[in-house]
Design a protein around this ligand. Structure first.
Ligand SMILES: NC(=O)c1ccc[n+]([C@@H]2O[C@H](COP(=O)([O-])OP(=O)(O)OC[C@H]3O[C@@H](n4cnc5c(N)ncnc54)[C@H](O)[C@@H]3O)[C@@H](O)[C@H]2O)c1
Length: 437
């Protein structure tokens, strides 16, 4: 394939060398003449292990040239890989000036050259609204609809500086967000021989994958360091702790606890988080990320209450699952107890179905927490799911039930269903409303 790489910085320079090594004909484009000249001579404008060798080889094999001429690069290629910078603007948002400029220049060249089809793939990190703007710019500047003469792909980059060449050949995953079938077909030819799981999703999902990744990496560093801070204050070697933490691939370094859904609760997480925050106060060791978790959890419950009241008013509401998760009757610090408390306080009539819960069986702290929060809990609970469904306009679903039971309970498209746990078989209901999806 013939590919123009726009932007010869860290991502672009690596892409030029590695795409050339895969056998593509590559044209490097930049506004900085010195970078263009270096790439043209097979010299790297950046420091990166292994980059010099692959650039030199690509130039020697006549697979890599460079230019400052956008129109010429578009004319001599089938696709553009856009790798220009997306720095922060003064307000912290994404400065998409360079991206917009490049896309407009490419679009104008495509129009002037009356191309049958040209595809723009953006490797630059930017948020979904920026990608939508770029698609609009490409349509305007080419005078063509996406999928006709012009295609667009949000194609985030996951390489790490310092080992970027290695990461290019061994990516953790490959994500394409194409707008049209012609662009998707082109994506399939981009990385011959590179083995990695590939995902074809919408441009918006592709863009958010990159942000979820980088925010998670930042969260991991901050988490490790806050554990380090409190350990140091308590005279403990944090590496001794985190070495064991990282060995746990079942619950810690795994996909557990990462799916969007109901806020956390139960008898352990809130209590133990408060314990660490108390240690942070006692030792004068601020842990802002840990403190933010409790606040974030509370905000999520408050938002859910507001959303229910805003959309369903004071119509009767059924709750399926009061315990903090399914398969237990533990209601201690269950977010659903707070939800019910708040809804009752706002005058919303609530009925509760929880197959494992019976007030007469509750004991100890579980009983006292439940009855202190909702004194007349016994009157709200019913083991007749069908009756609760029949008597409710809205249903908040916090526990999964067997698929057949929803139909048997009489759930219809007229019910507003607020799903907190992502139940696929309910998604087709007309009144379905996923918590964060
Ligand atoms: N650096 C990384 O490790 C990394 C990893 C993944 C994703 N990203 C993302 O990739 C993008 C590029 O990052 P980078 O670190 O390579 O940036 P960089 O600043 O090193 O390089 C950007 C290049 O774009 C050039 N440029 C600007 N306007 C141009 C134009 N109109 N035409 C042609 N070239 C133009 C600049 O001269 C510069 O050489 C960013 O969005 C970044 O967030 C970076």
């Amino acid at each position: 394939m013939r590919i123009s790489v726009f932007g010869l910085g860290y991502v672009g320079a690596v892409s030029c060398g590695c795409l050339g090594a895969l056998g593509h004909r590559v044209i490097g484009v930049d506004v900085v003449k010195d970078k263009v000249d270096r790439i043209g001579r097979g010299e790297s404008p950046i420091i990166e292990v292994g980059i010099d060798e692959i650039l030199q080889k690509a130039v020697k094999d006549k697979l890599l040239t460079s230019t400052t001429d956008v129109a010429g690069a578009v004319r001599d290629s089938d696709a553009a890989l856009v790798c220009v910078g997306t720095p922060s603007n003064p307000a912290g948002g994404v400065d998409s000036t360079y991206l917009e400029r490049v896309c407009r220049q490419i679009g104008e060249a495509v129009k002037a050259q009356n191309r049958d089809f040209y595809c723009v793939l953006s490797r630059s990190t930017s948020l979904p609204p920026v990608h939508q703007k770029l698609m609009q710019i490409l349509e305007e500047s080419t005078g063509s609809k996406l999928g006709d003469r012009i295609g667009y792909v949000c194609h985030p980059e996951f390489l790490r500086e310092g080992i970027a060449v290695h990461d290019f050949y061994h990516p953790p995953k490959i994500v394409f967000g194409p707008t049209d079938p012609k662009s998707a077909a082109l994506c399939r030819q981009l990385y011959p021989g590179i083995e990695a799981e590939s995902f074809y999703v919408s441009p918006e999902v592709a863009a958010m994958v990159k942000y979820a990744d980088n925010c998670f990496h930042a969260l991991k560093v901050t988490f490790g360091n806050e554990v380090g801070l409190i350990c140091k204050s308590l005279g403990i070697d944090s590496h001794a702790v985190m070495d064991i933490f990282c060995k746990d691939r079942k619950l810690n370094i795994s996909d557990k606890y990462l799916r969007p859904g109901n806020p956390f609760g139960g008898s352990c997480l809130p209590k133990d988080l408060r314990g660490i925050l108390d240690a942070s106060r006692v030792t004068a060791t601020p842990l802002p990320m840990h403190a933010g978790m409790l606040e974030s959890n509370r905000v999520q419950i408050d938002r859910l209450v507001k959303r229910i009241v805003a959309t369903s008013g004071r119509a009767p509401l059924g709750l399926v699952g009061l315990a903090f998760k399914e398969g237990t009757d533990d209601v201690r610090e269950s977010p659903m107890v707070y939800l019910v408390e708040q809804l009752l306080g706002k005058g919303v009539p609530v009925r509760i179905y929880d197959e494992h819960l019976a007030v007469q069986r509750l004991v100890g702290s579980n009983k006292s927490f439940a009855l202190e929060s909702i004194p007349h809990l016994a009157e709200l609970l019913s083991n007749d799911l069908a009756a609760i469904v029949k008597g409710s306009k809205s249903l908040v679903i916090n526990h999964r039930l067997d698929a057949k039971r929803w139909a048997a309970a009489g759930l219809t498209g007229d019910h507003r269903v607020i799903d907190l746990v992502n139940i696929p078989e309910l998604r087709s209901l007309a009144g379905y409303d996923g918590l964060y999806w």
